[in-house]
Design a protein around this ligand. Structure first.
Ligand SMILES: NC(=O)c1ccc[n+]([C@@H]2O[C@H](COP(=O)([O-])OP(=O)(O)OC[C@H]3O[C@@H](n4cnc5c(N)ncnc54)[C@H](OP(=O)(O)O)[C@@H]3O)[C@@H](O)[C@H]2O)c1
Length: 278
């Protein structure tokens, strides 16, 4: 079913992304891992090859805290591959220990969870269109509450990890809805996912009670990856677009995530951050 399909997955070195890569490799897809840590990426690549006997697993370095690194990743990918069937913007971060900035001096959660996938998608969009029917899948979260803080999108005043994280995940839904509209005649579907509460490194990095909460109530990463795998491989994922998915079904996201004016405004903000796309 996935034989001959080329899939990029960011953050496939652990958690949901790793399980997604493993399952799609089992189905015969060519997997390209975008890994911040190349040694970790190579290790996962070997594990997947061993487990699936699928040798078409590749890995390039990509640190989402650096827009130059995203550009270099895309250049390396485009040099080697002629098609891209599925782009999975999976990687994500949540800073629990205070406000940080990326290598481009952008608030780190906004940079990694929104600006970097926004740039990667922009650079790869022509290839996705050329390979159509194709799919873009991004990881949002059930924590996408509130609105976009347009007056101070990087929370320079009054930052909290929760506020920055929930805004970045709302931004992903707005991005999904706007891009799906733009691509509705291009046979490129665009969807996003809430994977549920999953026991991964993301939650384990949290402090005290949250850490325990993730460990006790979190699903196993393999279960957390089910919706990503479904959207990448099922007929539904190739026909339904612009939706927020939960447990392999279209789910209900917040009213604010339906605000197409906010989506347009955010898009312009995103373009300002990424500057001219090569
Ligand atoms: N776990 C949950 O309950 C939950 C709930 C809702 C949404 N999500 C979303 O699901 C996605 C996957 O998260 P997970 O739970 O599987 O977490 P995870 O185990 O921490 O995996 C996150 C992945 O993202 C990568 N990553 C982080 N920062 C990066 C950067 N600067 N550049 C490149 N890669 C980077 C990590 O790479 P390293 O291995 O190098 O650290 C790792 O491979 C995230 O977008 C997360 O927000 C998770």
């Amino acid at each position: 079913m996935m034989k001959g399909k080329v899939v990029i997955i960011t953050g496939a070195t652990s958690g949901i992304g790793k399980e997604t890569a493993l399952s799609l490799a089992e189905m015969g897809a060519t997997i390209v891992i975008a890994a911040r840590n190349i040694e970790a990426g190579e290790k996962v690549k070997k594990e997947i090859i061993q487990a699936t006997k699928n040798n078409n697993i590749d890995c390039f370095q990509c640190d989402l805290t650096s827009l130059d690194s995203v550009r270099e990743f895309c250049d390396s990918f485009k040099e080697k591959y002629e098609r891209l069937d599925v782009l999975i913007n999976n990687a994500g971060t949540w800073d629990f220990e205070g406000r940080k900035e990326s290598k481009d001096m952008i608030e780190n959660i906004f940079a990694v969870n929104f600006v970097a996938p926004f740039l990667m998608t922009h650079i790869l969009i022509d290839m996705l269109k050329k390979s159509a029917p194709s799919r873009i899948i991004s990881l949002s979260s059930g924590l996408h509450t509130g609105t976009i803080n347009f007056d101070d999108i990087e929370f320079k005043e009054d930052w909290s990890g929760f506020k920055a994280y929930r805004q970045s995940k709302l931004a992903i839904i707005l991005f999904t809805r706007k891009l799906a509209n733009d691509l509705k005649d291009a046979s490129v579907t665009v969807n996003c996912i809430h994977p549920g509460m999953v026991s991964t490194k993301l939650g384990r990095d949290a402090g005290g009670v949250s850490k325990l909460f993730f460990r006790v109530f979190g699903k196993k990463p393999k279960v957390g990856a089910e919706t990503s795998i479904y959207l990448a491989s099922s007929p539904d994922g190739g026909t339904i677009t612009g939706e927020y998915w939960y447990k392999c079904k279209v789910g209900k996201a917040s009213d604010e995530s339906m605000d197409l004016e906010a989506a347009e405004r955010l898009w312009k903000v995103g373009l300002d951050y990424i500057g001219a796309v090569k």
